[in-house]
Unconditional design. Structure first.
Length: 365
């Protein structure tokens, strides 16, 4: 499936005061960098963001169904609620930019243009999947789309992302790497070793902290005394900012700023994107550490997809019928992917011995 990026719209991003509150609350406290951009955005770009986020939402809902049917084994971490983060940043990225993330990775794959059929088939462990059915939900890759995983070890992808950025700086190709990780991973030691090296070598890497506020099940209020995560970069000289991760346009504007910083040769940048996951940490997590009322309030008042939907309707860029038709088209894509994931055969036993060693030197990757 071809990448579905639209041409970037011209946006005027302004910095305002930093907020330490949950997504959607008004900024409070001392002045610091935070994107609250009100960009001029075209109807086509809004529709593009709506489609991309809705594809991730419907795909993840279907994945949850297949898991419940026993067709997906092992761990399965859904991205429902966090769609605006990756869609906003992918809208700011250029061809050739790299991305690496954690085990909550399905949305990142779809947003960078990977085929939903290949992603879903990997979830069900079939040979039509991106890792030939051997990686599952947490471990799939696409050299074509510059997607380097999907990693099951908490924070392990952060130094890998810096390594990708080091390679690009060495090659002098003006590319940027997005290294995504969560608020739980932000407390891992290897993150800070990576910060130090990234700033020391001025690597073009954007550290994206997807702060969904609960890590694997512990509230950030109980896991850290830091008022924010992005400010920790100051100890290494890395600038950054906090972004409303429930607003795709704010994420895109912040992403453009971070990318410009990296491409200018100024080294790494940190984006702490305040978001919220509606489901448990994984499909096996009942999420009893928060109230149902809290989740309902976020869904009803801060949903990123509904936000764009209202912009489309109030701006008369689309009608209810047009949006229903888009949803119908997306569901058809997802249903086709689900059927493919059921019909694709299981990998042959001989596949146990393949893809262990690189067949070519990686320097030219």
């Amino acid at each position: 499936m071809a990448a579905r990026k639209s041409a970037p719209a011209k946006a005027s991003a302004k910095s305002s005061s930093k907020s330490t509150a949950k997504p959607g609350t008004k900024p409070a406290g001392k002045s610091a960098a935070k994107s609250v951009a009100k960009p001029n955005v075209s109807a086509d770009e809004l529709l593009h963001h709506y489609r991309e986020m809705l594809l991730i939402r419907r795909f993840e809902e279907k994945a949850g169904q297949l898991y419940g049917m026993g067709l997906i084994g092992g761990f399965c971490h859904l991205y429902i609620g966090q769609e605006a983060v990756v869609v906003g940043l992918e809208a700011a990225a250029e061809e050739g930019d790299k991305r690496v993330t954690s085990y909550r990775d399905h949305g990142h794959m779809l947003a960078c243009g990977m085929d939903p059929k290949g992603v879903m088939a990997e979830l069900t462990g079939r040979e039509g999947g991106y890792s030939k059915g051997k990686g599952g939900s947490m471990h799939m890759f696409s050299k074509e789309k510059h997607f380097y995983g999907g990693h099951g070890i908490v924070a392990a992808q952060v130094p890998i992302g810096a390594g990708r950025a080091f390679a690009d700086k060495y090659l002098g190709n003006d590319r940027v790497t997005f290294a995504y990780f969560g608020d739980g991973a932000a407390n891992q030691g290897q993150v800070y070793e990576t910060y130090n090296m990234a700033e020391l070598w001025m690597l073009p890497v954007i550290f994206v902290i997807e702060n969904n506020q609960y890590a694997m099940g512990t509230s950030t209020k109980r896991s850290t005394m830091s008022p924010s995560y992005w400010e920790r970069g100051a100890a290494y000289g890395i600038p950054g900012e906090e972004v409303d991760g429930m607003d795709v346009l704010a994420v895109k504007a912040a992403g453009e700023k971070a990318i410009a910083h990296c491409r200018a040769g100024k080294g790494p940048y940190i984006l702490e994107v305040k978001t919220y996951r509606y489901r448990g940490h994984s499909m096996s997590d009942p999420a009893k550490y928060r109230t149902r009322e809290e989740v309902t309030q976020m869904r009803e008042t801060r949903d990123a997809i509904d936000h764009v939907k209202q912009m489309l309707l109030t701006g008369k860029h689309a009608s209810e019928d047009q949006l229903k038709e888009i949803d119908k088209e997306i569901k058809a894509i997802v249903n086709e992917a689900a059927e493919f994931s059921k019909e694709s055969p299981e990998p042959a036993l001989e596949e146990l011995w393949t893809d262990i060693y690189a067949a070519e030197m990686p320097q030219g990757a």
